[in-house]
Design a binder for this molecule. Structure first.
Ligand code: DGL
Length: 259
């Protein structure tokens, strides 16, 4: 049994890493669309088109039984579109993250940070309100965090400044829970925790695991194949890959034939 995971680029390796740690015996394949990242500032139409190409590659090459959309932006815009186009279960990261946030908040005030696209889509807000309309939601796009993570500036004063800039206004509103609504943000979890130890942090790379468990058959196979594909090779990808998942082999792929 195989799972396919895709993201607009590198950040989804946080989700990939959680999946391979939890489902040790399954084959798990990752595709990072590094040639076309970021998705966070693209139109819905483009995000849907790119997402379908990523899905087709994983389905046609590896006969996966479950597709995980690790990218928050793609989960916000392309989930229903993908579900209408492919015949396997498609799991996004937004609903699982929203569910955990609604469960953990005590004062019913939740903050959400994400790409400009994710925040504009109101995907987290809608999903949380669906679960509990009385919860107050405060959102802030945090676009600078993606390049900072990709540059490896994790424990850096510029990153701390950016984190305060984006998170403090939400803390001022009284939120007790913060959704890390972008693949890259779990890499900054420790830094956020140091700045705001009182906040409950919702990490979608972990929130998605129970949803995956529901739609896979854990009894089948123990080959545990791990392969990472990217649409472009960049130094940033190699460095971050090493930091998040270590030595897993990565290959470059051309998505033209999966359009
Ligand atoms: N993977 C994207 C997300 O989680 C962040 C990077 C991008 O903008 O493509 O929203």
């Amino acid at each position: 049994m195989a799972i396919g995971v895709f993201d607009s680029g590198i950040g989804g390796l946080t989700v990939y890493s959680s999946i391979i740690e939890k489902f040790e015996s399954l084959d798990v394949y990752y595709l990072g669309d590094t040639a076309r990242v970021p998705y966070g500032n693209k139109s819905e139409e483009t995000i849907c088109r790119y997402s379908l190409e990523c899905a087709n590659f994983l389905i046609e090459q590896f006969d996966i039984s479950c597709l995980v959309v690790a990218c928050n932006t793609a989960s916000s815009f392309a989930l229903n579109f993908l579900r209408s186009k492919v015949s396997i279960p498609v799991i996004g990261v937004v609903d699982p993250g929203a569910k955990q946030a609604a469960y953990f908040t005590k004062n019913k005030k939740i903050g959400v940070i994400g790409t400009i696209g994710t925040i504009k889509s109101n995907s987290y807000s809608k999903s949380i309100k669906n679960l509990d309309p009385s919860i107050e939601i405060y959102q802030n796009p945090a676009p600078l965090l993606v390049p900072l993570v990709e540059e490896g500036r994790i424990n850096h004063k510029i990153t701390k400044l950016a984190l305060k800039e984006y998170i403090q206004p939400l803390v001022n509103k009284g939120v007790d829970t913060l959704v890390l609504g972008c693949t890259h943000y779990p890499v900054l979890k420790e830094e956020i925790h140091k700045l705001y130890p009182e906040l409950i942090l919702i990490d979608s790379s972990l929130a998605v695991l129970p949803e995956i468990e529901k739609c896979i058959d854990l009894s089948g196979g123990d080959t545990a194949k791990r392969l990472i594909f990217t649409t472009d090779r960049t130094e940033a990808f190699e460095l971050l890959k090493q930091r998040i998942v270590g030595d897993i082999k990565s290959e470059k792929v051309d998505l033209k034939e999966f359009v």
